[in-house]
Design a binder for this molecule. Structure first.
Ligand code: ATP
Length: 251
């Protein structure tokens, strides 16, 4: 549970080994290798089309690598028993059954994954949606859908969590809530991989940064290493990805 101190088990490591994904002529992910460690927030940055979502999809077994591997604790996601208890993810907040209530959306997920129904109310409370649990998700704002997607990611109480642009559509209060949630989850020893284009927010939220450009690793460093070398994380990002942007359209 979030906010209850360190977990008995650390979160687990996400490891990419020479991960590559080609869609026709597009090299979406190009020989990418890095590790995401427990107990910290790892910010996953890169220009539009750099391959962040594709990488996350491959970790979740939603896309098959052309070559290389995406592993969680040394194994593939598809081979994990009860995977929702090991890895949770928010990739696309729109991916909810719009005719279902928030409660029933999560209940269906819990039942089909052999998770206790008691978790549904717990995660709705954790994301601040307890008061609208019986309302249909189709009527939710983007920010509320983001919260519902985060609730789904937390349902199995997993040690590894990936969030693809969870801040999208959130008001300032929501943005701050996400920051505290991410920091809290990492503080419990979980492994957090978080993508966002909001550099100032990322500087406040992440401990470690991985930047990709044109599918390749550009740099991995701590936030403090980058902000010591550059005036800000935003400056570091813009300078380090300038080449990736320049040639981005010609891959
Ligand atoms: N299913 C697909 N079929 C063909 N091309 C794809 C597919 N999914 C992604 N791509 C291409 O792969 C590249 C990487 O896309 P991806 O969505 O992973 O980037 P991203 O870093 O998440 O971008 P953004 O910041 O815009 O979300 C892009 O050129 C994209 O058009």
């Amino acid at each position: 549970m979030c906010g209850t101190g360190p977990r008995a088990q650390p979160g687990g490591v996400i490891e990419l080994r020479n991960l590559t994904k080609r869609y026709g002529d597009t090299l979406a992910v190009d020989d990418l290798s890095f590790r995401v460690e427990p107990g910290r927030v790892t910010g996953f940055l890169g220009p539009n089309g750099a391959g962040k979502s594709t990488t996350m999809r491959m970790v979740l077994g939603l896309d098959t690598p052309t070559s290389g591997e995406a592993l969680v604790d040394g194994g593939r996601y598809v081979d994990l028993p009860r995977p929702l208890t090991r890895v949770g993810a928010l990739l696309d907040a729109g991916a909810v059954h719009l005719g279902r209530s928030a409660y029933n959306h999560l209940l269906a997920l819990a039942l089909s994954n052999d998770l206790p129904e008691t978790r549904v109310a717990e995660v709705l409370e954790q994301v601040g949606l307890a008061g609208v649990a019986r309302r249909k998700a189709g009527g939710f704002s983007l920010g509320m859908k983001q919260r519902l997607g985060i609730a789904a990611a937390l349902l199995g109480d997993p040690g590894v969590l990936m969030f693809d642009e969870p801040v999208n559509g959130l008001d300032p209060d929501g943005v701050r809530w996400i920051r505290h949630l991410m920091r809290g989850l990492a503080g419990e020893g979980r492994t957090i991989l978080l993508s966002s284009h909001l550099m100032s927010e990322m500087a406040l939220t992440a401990d470690h940064i991985v930047i990709v450009g044109r599918g390749r690793l550009v740099v991995q460093a701590t936030v403090s290493e980058l902000t010591e070398r550059y005036p800000s994380l935003e400056e570091a990002y813009l300078e380090l990805t300038a080449a990736s942007l320049e040639y981005g359209a010609n891959r």
